[in-house]
Design a protein around this ligand. Sequence first.
Ligand code: MSP
Length: 557
Amino acid sequence: MPKTFFITTAIDYTNSPPHIGHAYEKVLADVIARYHRLKGDKVFFLTGVDQHGQKVQQSAAKAGVPPAEFVKEITQKFVDLWKKLDVYYDEWAETTSERHKKVVQGILQRLWDEKDPTTGESHWIYKAKQAGYYSVRQEQFLTDKERGPDGEFGPEWGQIEFREEENYYFRLSQHKDWLLSYIDNRKDAVIPDFRQTELRNAVEKLSGDLCISRPKSRLDWGIELPFDKDFVNYVWFDALTNYISFAGYDPRDGNYAKQPQEFRDRWSKDTLQIIGKDILVPAHGIYWPIMLHALDFPDEAMPQLLVHGWWNLGGAKMSKSAGNIVDPFTLIEKYGADALRYYLLSEIGTGGDADFSEERLVIRYNADLANSVGNLLNRTLTMVAKYQDNRIAFPQGDWLHNPDERSTESYAQHIFKQIGAYKSHMSEGRTLPITFPITFGPFVANAAIGNILAILDQANTLVESAAPWKLAKGLDKVSKVKLNSVLYALSETLRVVAILISPVLPAAAHGIFDQLKWKIELGGKEERFSLADAEWGKLPNGHVVGKPVPLFPRIES
Ligand code: MSP
């Protein structure tokens, strides 16, 4: 049975339309999901939208429409974007759905009902009065810890109000020691490492509990508390629950061990949550593991957090209010989905920040996609058409040994080994399908892309150094074998590159296979690509290739 690799992303607020920051996170998740399917793993990829809360209520009021109508419209924009960007998920989470509401209310009731027999009070939830400063943007009360060196609350908290309120609280601080020990026992609980350190430092400072209710008198766009109809649930508690409510969690029996098998397969050791750096502390790093711990989830089922950095614009944070949003729809319209996917993954190191630049997008497109990939495909197919009548010849026999006399490999194999990453992989006696995961596995997509580019560069260099047009003029047998070998190596490189790049450029990978006339019966389907097929030498002798069609036409500025 292949194991299930469970991938989730943050669910996006529906108070404003999506921007490229949102797009990056989903594409990153989609690439990781596709990479796992390429390897043969079973994947369950969940993503969706966060539809409740004050921000949404305020934006809807501003637009003069009821919140339900407002979120429906924005939600559709996210759905459309993921479709346009080829982000393919298995389940879609919408927090206003009945299914989700049932789980949120089910777990709240359960935590409320777990009472201490002597005091009759819940172990987890209590009611208390609070007075203090409240950040409308972050939807939370602020303490002195949040004040800057000047004693003021920084601009990141937005509008601040003084409030006095009675609310329900979820106990956090009493689980601080458990959380610290969990983090210390799992060195890769958070990736990259420095984020794990950041989280640990924050947990060390943890004090106080989490307010999980809002009085309906000021916010009614939320899920009602099952034990007090005057309150709705705090948006973060509600939103975090999506990760289990849409993965098959049964709220009737909270015990993890009694959950449906399907749910436990998903929520096992291979649960990866992809989030931005702004929502690690406290939401995903503190609230969420403590919520799961309260629900009896064993430590082995705690999710691993992959924390990515931010896309900025001119060094500044992108936001609707600042008016510096980069619209992904316009970019897809102009350059295509693959081009945007490629740019977003190749120009940022996982974990780091990057500055968005349309100019860079065009530079990378022309250099890597149009020149390296597109040109190689075009030149190779043009030469196969011209010199071999569209029919690839697999150089038979090993009578023409490579210059390294110790080897009995054929000249084609020898040439192929000269190509980029193959050289080092093969010289270590391992094949690419085995070594490739070393770069893609730890989620370093830009490094994996770099390796593929290196293969392409070598292949393009080979075209120049081997000069097939000169070989084609030679009438002797050696020239003929060399010509066949070079064209075979180039075609094989394209076939293998299409497989390796397919998680990042799904449409282009199909385009390469279509033009190579390879696995035509699986046209458009993801099963067409598998890492096991990235072994050298699968194109058969006499294989007929198609006509070259520009895959990535150059963008002239
Ligand atoms: N709704 C919450 C998450 C709830 S998860 C249970 C939220 N929504 S958000 O729309 O503000 O952000 C959604 C995701 O997009 C977050 O992971 C966030 O870090 C990411 N990004 C938002 N802006 C971003 C950039 N400019 N760049 C990269 N990612 C960014 O937080």
